[in-house]
Unconditional design. Sequence first.
Length: 310
Amino acid sequence: MSPHVPVMLNEVMDIFMSRVPLDAGAFFIDATLGGGGHSRAVLEKYRGMRLVGFDQDESAREIARERLAEFGDRVRIVGENFIEMFESLEDSERDEGACAALFDLGVSNMQLTTPERGFSYQSDGPLDMRMNASGSSLRAWDILRDCDERELTRIFRDYGEERNAFTIARAITRSRTTGNLPATGAELTALIRRTLPAPMQRKMGTHPARRVFQALRIAVNSELDVIPEGLMGAYESVRGGGAIIVISYHSLEDRIVKRTFRHWTEEGYGRTLTRKPVIPSEKERESNRSSRSAKLRAFVIDDMKRAIRA
Ligand SMILES: C[S@@+](CC[C@H](N)C(=O)[O-])C[C@H]1O[C@@H](n2cnc3c(N)ncnc32)[C@H](O)[C@@H]1O
């Protein structure tokens, strides 16, 4: 398992420095703790700041707990999906409101490089891909085994933007009938490589299995469905004048964030700080491959915060 390097840390810290109301004893929310990289930097820089951190992955919470142990009772780690954010705050935290909420969406490098988790097309782990392995029973392999050709096509197309969705879905359903349904990441990658003509694979400009793996991961963890609810929870949890910062890693996530912030701006709930998404510097893209597709958007809630739910 390789450690996770926080993405766009300087850009996140810039927003904290310039846009976040940092009163003594304020707290911030990390909706996706992962290895706790972003949180650690904020806690180190702002000595009076407290953190309420979420991650639906038990092993991520354990690692973050260890990495943030030195901050003692300034840190409270909650074992929830971020859609539970507002409900998981204590009464006093809800009354006070966080000064900021940060979402660094997707998977961590720790998850990607643990073969047994099955997230990576480069490792030979079982096709699991659950972030919350104790709370959910649906694995990527169940999808490959149970969904019909039409549903598999929809998943690969809608969640992976895979142009060859139907061809790959057909190859998977056929592999069932011959008893060769892929059970590991390497087997699924091999099936995709066998199915797509070599010139097409060369033209794809990315690993031929990348989009299918992304699609399965999104389906297993309902990753797109939780974003609107998570953002709404963040709006409710952050106080007037506070910021919501989101780093996304593919256009499907970014589109949801962009539309939500645009809608909130139109409704007068606050304003978008980033008319265009901020992207990592060339130096960061070169030194940290995981940052290459990152896009950061931020929204500042109006000082006179209004209720967002009817
Ligand atoms: C990219 S990593 C975060 C890395 C972190 N910012 C750092 O610097 O170490 C994303 C994390 O978010 C978690 N996650 C993804 N979706 C989630 C959700 N809906 N609720 C809670 N945690 C989630 C994943 O389990 C993963 O650990």
